[in-house]
Design a protein around this ligand. Structure first.
Ligand SMILES: Cc1cc2nc3c(=O)[nH]c(=O)nc-3n(C[C@H](O)[C@H](O)[C@H](O)COP(=O)(O)OP(=O)(O)OC[C@H]3O[C@@H](n4cnc5c(N)ncnc54)[C@H](O)[C@@H]3O)c2cc1C
Length: 332
C-alpha cells in the first residue's frame, strides 16, 4: 500500500489569504497543500468584487479583485503547491501530532493546518420574500460575476452600505439606469462616493424597501414601499442586485476543534488558535487582543506570521524569517 503523504502545512480555504499562505509556505520550503471548497480559487475578491479596483495594497496603486487573484495564483504556481478544488473542509481530528483534515473530497494529513476560510461559504443576507427568491439568477443577484451582465439594463441596487454604493458607481458605466434603494435616508458609505453617484445620474430611492417583484421568464418589475407612509412605487427593471451584507458562516469552524467567538476563530499574536497545531489568518481570524480588520494586507501579514511560526516549530535551527532577495524559492 502506498504510504500516505503527511503535509507540513494544510491550508484550508483558497481566497487571497489562503493562496498567499500556500505560496509563502512552499517558498519557505514546506510541503504544502491548499484545499478550496468552491470550483475556483479567489474568495471574495473573485465572487464579490471581481471588477472593483483595490487601491490599498502596498506597491500596487490599483488592481481589480480578479487581477489580484490572478497574480497571487501566478505567484503560487512559481513554487510547488498542490491545490485541490471542490474540497470543503468538514472536520479536523487529532492523531497525536498530526491533524487529519476531512473534506468533501477525501482526507489529508498534516503536521500543521492554517485555516483561511474567510467568511465561510458567503451566505448573503436575504429579504426572505419568496417571489424575490424565485427570480434568483433570473434577474435577482447577490454577486456580480461580470459587469457585462448589466449592460444596457435598468438595474435596482438594494442596500445602504459600501458594497451597494460601490456597485452603483461601477454599474453606472454600463447600465441604462441605476436605482439605489435604501430603507433609510442616510447611507453608511463615503460621502465622496455619494456625491459621485449624484453626478453620474444614479437615482436615489429612499426611504424605500422592496415588497415584491414580477416578470415572466426573468425579472421585469420591482415593487417598493415607502418606509414612512407606506406609499408604493413600481420600477421597471431587468436586474436587481441585493447588497444586504453577508453572514459569517462559522458552522463548520465549530467542528474544527478550535475556540471561536462571534467574530471568528480566536488567534494569539502568532496567529495560533487554541490548538497549537492549527493557525488561522484572514477574515476568519479574530485576534484575542486588538482590533479585527477585514483587510487583505492584514490577512497576508497574518498568514506570513503563521507560516514563519510553523517553519520555526518544524525547523528550530533555521532562521525565523528570510528575505526573498537573499534566497531562492523553496529554501528555508
Ligand atoms: C465588496 C468588498 C470590497 C472589498 N474591498 C477591499 C479593499 O479594497 N481592500 C482590502 O484590503 N480588502 C477589501 N475587502 C476585504 C477582502 O476582500 C477580505 O479581507 C479578503 O477577501 C479576505 O480574504 P480571505 O482569504 O481571508 O477570505 P475569502 O476571500 O473569504 O476567501 C475564503 C476562501 O475559503 C473558501 N472556503 C470557505 N469555507 C471553506 C471550507 N470549509 N473548506 C475549504 N474552503 C473554504 C471560500 O470558498 C473562499 O474561496 C473587500 C471586501 C468586499 C466584500
Amino acid at each position: 500500500m502506498e504510504k500516505e503523504t503527511v503535509y507540513d502545512v494544510i491550508v484550508a480555504g483558497g481566497g487571497p489569504v489562503g493562496i498567499w499562505a500556500a505560496y509563502y509556505s512552499a517558498f519557505r520550503g514546506l510541503n504544502t497543500i491548499l484545499l478550496e471548497s468552491s470550483e475556483s480559487l479567489g474568495g471574495q475578491a473573485v465572487y464579490l468584487y471581481p471588477e472593483k479596483v483595490i487601491t490599498d495594497i502596498p506597491g500596487i496603486p490599483a488592481v481589480t479583485g480578479r487581477d489580484l487573484v490572478d497574480r497571487l495564483i501566478q505567484q503560487m504556481n512559481s513554487v510547488d503547491v498542490k491545490s485541490v478544488l471542490n474540497a470543503k473542509v468538514l472536520s479536523i481530528t487529532k492523531e497525536n501530532d498530526i491533524r487529519r483534515v476531512l473534506t468533501s473530497r477525501g482526507d489529508y494529513a498534516g503536521r500543521y493546518v492554517i485555516l483561511t476560510p474567510g467568511l465561510g461559504n458567503f451566505v448573503p443576507n436575504r429579504l426572505g420574500l419568496p417571489d424575490v427568491d424565485a427570480y434568483e439568477g433570473k434577474g435577482v443577484y447577490y454577486f456580480v460575476k461580470s459587469k457585462e451582465d448589466f449592460r444596457g439594463k435598468d438595474v435596482v441596487i438594494v442596500g445602504g452600505g459600501d458594497s451597494a454604493v460601490d456597485w452603483a458607481l461601477e454599474l453606472s458605466s454600463v447600465a441604462k439606469t441605476v436605482y439605489l434603494v435604501h430603507r433609510r435616508n442616510e447611507f453608511r458609505a463615503a460621502q465622496s462616493n455619494l456625491k459621485k453617484l449624484e453626478e453620474l445620474g444614479v437615482k436615489f430611492v429612499v426611504p424605500y424597501v422592496v415588497k415584491s417583484v414580477a416578470g415572466n421568464e426573468s425579472l421585469e418589475r420591482v415593487f417598493l414601499s415607502r418606509v414612512d407612509d407606506g406609499s408604493t412605487l413600481e420600477i421597471e427593471a431587468q436586474s436587481m442586485l441585493m447588497m444586504l451584507g453577508y453572514k459569517l458562516d462559522l458552522g463548520s469552524a465549530k467542528s474544527w476543534g478550535v475556540d471561536v467567538n462571534p467574530d471568528g476563530i480566536l488567534i494569539d499574536s502568532n496567529c495560533m488558535t487554541s490548538d497549537p497545531k492549527i493557525y488561522a489568518a484572514g477574515d476568519i481570524a479574530a485576534p484575542r487582543e486588538g482590533i479585527k480588520q477585514k483587510l487583505l494586507v492584514i490577512g497576508f501579514a497574518q498568514a506570513t506570521t503563521a507560516i514563519n511560526n510553523i517553519s520555526k516549530n518544524l525547523h528550530p535551527y533555521e532562521p525565523t524569517f528570510v528575505h526573498s532577495t537573499n534566497i531562492k524559492s523553496g529554501s528555508r
